[in-house]
Design a binder for this molecule. Structure first.
Ligand SMILES: CC(C)(COP(=O)(O)OP(=O)(O)OC[C@H]1O[C@@H](n2cnc3c(N)ncnc32)[C@H](O)[C@@H]1OP(=O)(O)O)[C@@H](O)C(=O)NCCC(=O)NCCS
Length: 373
């Protein structure tokens, strides 16, 4: 029995219409629509054949300028279900979207279509929201989504490349310490109680104040905490002296923040930690990662969630399309699981916009490696 996937053609329309009528009660795709998709080569449209007979199909649509692909429809003829064809079509659809560098695949399914939902959940999709009265019969739709690109370890590593372990920050102000703890775990620096250590690093590196609530950590303090724990550190900052003061309105708070960063700078200098002032370029980042280093980098979350918060993440890898980060914050993309926040792919152009904080795009990168390297 030959099973094949191939692009749709006009001769498939009769079979597609039959599958459609046998698969959906409402919102069926009409012959006319199928013809339009085929004639105008809209999106990616493939059929699955068994011994030459069309038994299933999928259509993926794209919107220009978004990195979101939409699985517009997927169906398998009822006589051929539960043989893995639905899953095969789904992974081919994902591959198409991934080839076009889409970050997410999104789809809608009827809330009572539990069979299809099981298939999507098993393939790694998350429930996002319910869209009330979405279908022609007024039934509700469940919106599901999946993050598509995955970091591929370099083939030269023969499958032995160890991924940087992931850790979710336990408070809203400890993104820096959580990022540093992930790097410490990667470089085999033991911690007895990681939760306490996260708070301890924060006490050592906090800027005391920042936008509102507790201040997050500053680059100099984090570099000092990393050095104290036995990592090889070089700190790259876009300007000399204290950073992150621009968004602080109160002069007295500014003075305190400046004062403790000055103390950290003096301590780093005394400890012999390199502070490099200047632009830490994408090429610098690529070179450091290629040399086995990890980078705790300051990003602005504005491009992701339109809130202007400084945020530390651990930059773990990069390739020609994405920078992969371990994002310790579970609120940046709320629907994602911890597994999705490990090696989270950020398109290069997006990363460039996010790397740096505030109007002046102040940049800070704490570059880490094993001591002695
Ligand atoms: C959903 C659909 C595409 C699944 O096709 P399929 O070829 O049967 O899928 P698979 O054989 O790959 O099933 C994969 C897994 O999904 C789950 N699953 C699929 N159909 C199921 C059902 N009716 N009940 C419970 N679980 C189901 C099972 O876990 C299954 O694995 P298993 O067979 O090892 O238990 C098919 O039922 C269909 O065309 N339905 C009508 C159209 C539709 O609902 N499309 C999706 C919305 S766009």
């Amino acid at each position: 029995m030959a099973i094949a996937l191939r692009p749709v053609c006009r001769d498939d329309i009769d079979a597609l219409e039959q599958i459609e009528n046998r698969s959906f009660i409402t919102d069926r795709i009409s012959r006319r629509s199928f013809r339009r998709f085929i004639d105008q080569s809209i999106g990616d449209f493939q059929v699955l054949t068994v011994s030459g007979q069309v038994v299933g199909y999928y259509i993926v649509l794209y919107r220009q300028a978004t990195q979101l692909a939409r699985l517009y429809s997927l169906a398998v003829d009822p006589d051929h279900r539960r043989r893995g064809y639905g899953s095969q079509l789904l992974s081919a659809a994902e591959q198409d979207a991934d080839d076009r560098h889409c970050l997410f695949m999104r789809l809608e399914v009827k809330v009572d279509n539990l069979g299809a939902q099981t298939m999507y959940h098993r393939a790694g999709y998350y429930d996002m929201e319910i869209r009330p009265e979405y279908y022609e019969d007024d039934s509700d739709a469940l919106v599901l989504q999946k993050l598509l690109p995955r970091f591929e370890p370099h083939p030269a590593h023969n499958g032995t490349q160890r991924l940087v372990p992931y850790r979710t920050q336990t408070t809203e102000f400890t993104c820096g310490p959580a990022s540093l703890l992930m790097a410490m775990a990667y470089f085999d620096i033991p911690t007895r109680d990681a939760h306490l250590e996260e708070l301890e690093i924060w006490r050592e590196a906090t800027t005391i104040f920042m936008t509102s609530g507790h201040g997050g950590c500053g680059p100099h303090g984090l570099a000092r905490a990393a050095n104290k724990r036995g990592l090889q550190v070089s700190l790259h900052v876009s300007e000399s002296g204290p950073l992150l003061l621009d968004s602080v309105r109160s002069d007295s708070k500014k003075q305190i923040m400046a004062r403790i960063q000055e103390v950290d700078i003096a301590a780093l200098t005394a400890e012999g930690v390199a502070i490099v002032v200047g632009d830490y370029s994408m090429q610098n980042l690529f070179d450091d990662l290629a040399n086995g280093k990890l980078v705790v980098g300051l990003i602005s979350t504005y491009v992701f969630d339109e809130s202007k918060a400084p945020h530390w993440v651990l930059i773990c890898a990069a390739d020609e399309n994405y920078v992969y980060i371990n994002d310790p914050d579970q609120d940046t993309f709320p629907w994602q699981s911890p597994a999705d926040r490990q090696y989270l792919p950020i398109p290069l152009a997006t990363f460039k916009r996010a790397f740096g904080f505030g109007k002046r795009k102040q940049k800070a990168a704490v570059v880490l490696s094993r001591a002695g390297n």
